[in-house]
Write a protein that binds this ligand. Structure first.
Ligand code: ARG
Length: 467
């Protein structure tokens, strides 16, 4: 039986009927639908609508439906169910007869879908946070293993200054820690229970909303029925955070692709995460990284589709909202599948420390440090900059580095140059002068690693607390 056929004289056009159904995708909300329906059933019992016996049989029926749904995919083949809510009602009636129809007393699918989606996003945030913490763990491990190895840092993709390899990896760690924070914020805001909001104006029975909310581990009931049934800002917030994660992953992937080229040769791609060419026998291609870069585009697409769907919808529920499920599921799956792969990749990728170090020691990346030497001797920075610029020009002409210029050559530019200038130009001292919190001086990076460990530990505690 349909959930709404009474007022209709004619059946639906069969093609339209099929087309408007959502069960083909919202069946993945079954576990949440069952859970939320249990809370509603208990609410109905407290409101005197269900007897104890009816409640017990409805809860049993729901449990069975949930179990079959999890174990048997054939169970979910249903050409009649309009959506997951209709499916559960149909199944319940198949088990209990007309008592099954009592479950829908005082509720609307509009509050149900809002509740199911909040439960889905909350659970996905928890899963994803675990995945991110694994990723952060491997980034941190690689940073520690890199010790004091150096590499060039780039601005405008031109060699700029040397940094520790660990410092570079920790830059990504910061991004993903913020991403974890963003979805944790989203979790806090979405954790309110729409049950009892009805179709738009609130339930028509006096249901104990606080108990239903507590039952589903929500912090509290939502405060406005129109908002609760029609907003999906939590979906947008979540999907936007996911596209941010995609952007971070894509930048990481792009750097790894560049660094794995013969031109850079900083990293060796792991064979287990690369593919070959059907034509060119010598090729080893960075497919995992390239697909990661492209997945970011998909994530941005999903979050754009969600944003545009919600924009312009009058209050309250509109069927347009049904279209928000697929992009949401797709975005969640994209990252849930991707993270374990890049963790595996990051465990295996090899860094060519010697190449990186050699690159860090050339191309005048000590020029700013050289200008700083003059500043320490009282030279105004702009003039020091100009004079070191001249020194660089001379060195380029002579095909050498700054440290290969003689004191006489340097003194022509500024008499302040002395023998100790050369010790300021070594890679070690160039790294060391970046001695500020957040800088790449080795002692600062050591501190940053220790600090990252603490923050990762508290993220793990958070995961534990929500489990
Ligand atoms: N399948 C619907 C959705 O995903 C459930 C809500 C239907 N509500 C309605 N008034 N037709 O949005």
């Amino acid at each position: 039986m349909k959930m709404w056929s009474g007022r209709f004289r004619k059946p639906l056009d069969p093609a339209f009927e099929k087309w408007q159904r959502s069960f083909g995708f919202d069946h993945r909300l079954l576990a949440y639908e069952v859970e939320a329906s249990g809370a509603h059933a208990r609410g109905l019992k407290s409101a005197g609508i269900l007897t104890s016996d009816e409640l017990i049989s409805i809860l049993k029926g729901l449990e069975e439906i949930g179990k079959r749904g999890a174990e048997d995919t054939n169970f979910l083949e249903d050409d009649e169910a309009e959506d997951v809510h209709h499916f559960v009602e149909k199944q319940l009636v198949a088990i209990l007869g007309d008592t099954g129809y009592k479950l829908h007393s005082g509720r609307s699918r509009n509050e149900q879908i809002a509740t199911d989606l909040r439960l889905f996003v909350r659970a996905t945030i928890d899963q994803l946070t675990t995945e991110i913490s694994e990723w952060l763990t491997v980034l941190l491990e690689r940073a520690e293993r890199a010790g004091n190895s150096a590499m060039p840092a780039y601005t405008h993709l031109q060699r700029a200054e040397p940094v520790l390899v660990a410092h570079w990896l920790l830059a990504y760690l910061e991004m993903f820690l913020r991403d974890a924070g963003r979805i944790a914020d989203c979790r806090k805001r979405l954790n309110e229970c729409p049950l009892g909001s009805g179709a738009v104006a609130g339930a028509t029975l006096t249901l104990d909303r606080r108990t239903m909310a507590r039952d589903l581990e929500f912090d509290r009931p939502t405060l406005n029925s129109m908002d609760a049934t029609s907003d999906r800002d939590f979906v947008l917030e979540f999907a936007n955070s996911l596209s941010m994660i995609g952007i971070h992953l894509s930048r990481w992937a792009e750097e790894m692709i560049l660094f794995s080229t013969q031109e850079f040769n900083f990293v060796q791609l792991p064979e287990s995460y690369s593919t070959g060419s059907s034509a060119m026998p010598q090729k080893k291609n960075a497919d995992l990284l390239e697909l990661t870069r492209a997945k970011a585009a998909r994530l941005i697409g999903n979050s754009t589709a969600l944003t545009v769907t919600l924009k312009g919808l009058p209050l309250a529920y509109n069927k347009d909202l049904q279209e928000m499920q697929v992009p949401l599921f797709e975005a969640a799956d994209t990252l849930l599948f991707l993270f374990p792969l890049i963790v595996g990749f990051m465990n295996e990728v090899e860094f060519n420390y010697e190449r990186m170090q050699a690159a860090a020691e050339s191309s005048f990346m000590n020029a700013w440090a050289a200008a700083t030497y003059l500043v320490q001797h009282g030279v105004p920075f702009r003039l020091a900059h100009e004079q070191i610029g001249k020194a660089v020009q001379i060195a380029i002409e002579k095909h050498c580095e700054l440290q290969d210029l003689s004191l006489d050559e340097l003194r022509e530019l500024n008499p302040a140059f002395a023998q100790d200038f050369y010790s300021c130009l070594t890679l070690q001292s160039v790294l060391e002068i970046h001695d500020v919190p957040g800088g790449t001086a080795p002692r600062r990076v050591k501190h940053a690693i220790a600090d990252a460990k603490l923050r990762l530990a508290s993220l793990r505690e958070e995961i534990h607390a929500n489990a």
